[in-house]
Write a protein that binds this ligand. Structure first.
Ligand code: SF4
Length: 257
């Protein structure tokens, strides 16, 4: 693993828990069964980027891309690599950029001020604004439907009903939020954590985080591996190069400590 060139997913994984970084990037393990939330996010982003796909979330992605007005200078899927510290290359891939903002799509079930406040000070938002030299970030929020499948309907009927909700009332499902980047010091925060990563790599010591990171909004997918590697290793597989880097839980939480 080359720790001197990395993207925000790796960085955020280490911030959450160095042990998680170890499982995912040093050992290269991901859950053998991809988590549903991860699959949905991937399909949505493919749809929004105009890639082919016929699932509900591909279709919602295409609806979202058509709904949000195209801004001056807007370009989708823009990548940039910057040397953020001598010898350290940081690779960013924004969902889109326009003349004045970096644009990110977010799907959420909680479209409230708490979510927006935390996103406005998130290190990713602040770093991306610096890297792409923009004054602010524009969030294109896609609010997840609260509908649940009825006993009387098939999966296909349910998906058709949900899609119709987005078609009938896009204004309640697609929101545009402007986030000025007000918290300074993103580069310093980044470099400090990067030095911790290098120290862990040098000593090959990867501490476990506090239990709040293990359980969070969703339990960590490596929970069982942290309890007992030998027993639970069959639940994981080697990560493919092109595979998504974040995972959600596949197993019932257990206490690793
Ligand atoms: S279960 Fe907890 S300690 Fe283990 S990798 Fe996940 S967050 Fe870290």
């Amino acid at each position: 693993m080359n720790i001197d060139r990395f993207d925000f997913s790796k960085f955020s994984c280490f911030l959450t828990c160095p042990k998680k970084f170890y499982w995912q990037y040093v050992r290269g393990l991901v859950p053998a069964e991809e988590a549903k939330a991860l699959v949905i996010g991937k399909q949505f982003h493919q749809g929004a980027a105009g890639e082919p796909g016929d699932t509900l979330w591909h279709k919602i992605g295409r609806l979202a891309a058509a709904y949000f007005p195209k801004l001056p200078g807007e370009q989708a899927e823009v990548s940039k690599v910057v040397e953020i510290d001598p010898g350290t290359n940081f690779s960013c891939r924004a969902d889109a950029v326009c003349d004045s903002a970096v644009i990110e799509y977010k799907t959420t079930g909680r479209a409230d001020t708490n979510t927006y406040d935390s996103l406005s000070i998130s290190l990713q938002t602040r770093l991306y604004a610096i890297v792409f030299e923009k004054d602010y970030a524009l969030l294109r929020v896609v609010v997840k439907s609260k509908s649940r499948i009825k006993k009387t309907e098939t999966e296909e009927q349910f998906e058709a009903r949900v899609l119709q909700e987005y078609i009938d009332s896009p204004e309640t499902h697609f929101l545009e939020i402007t986030l000025p980047v007000i918290k300074k010091g993103a580069i310093a925060d980044f470099v400090m954590t990067f030095k911790n990563m290098k120290a862990c790599e040098l000593k090959d010591v990867w501490p476990m985080s506090a239990p709040n990171a293990c359980y969070g909004f969703t339990p960590c997918p490596y929970l069982k591996l942290c309890c007992d590697e030998q027993t639970y290793l069959p639940l994981f597989k080697e990560k493919d190069n092109g595979q998504t880097q974040e995972s959600s839980p596949t197993a019932t939480p257990a206490d690793p400590f």
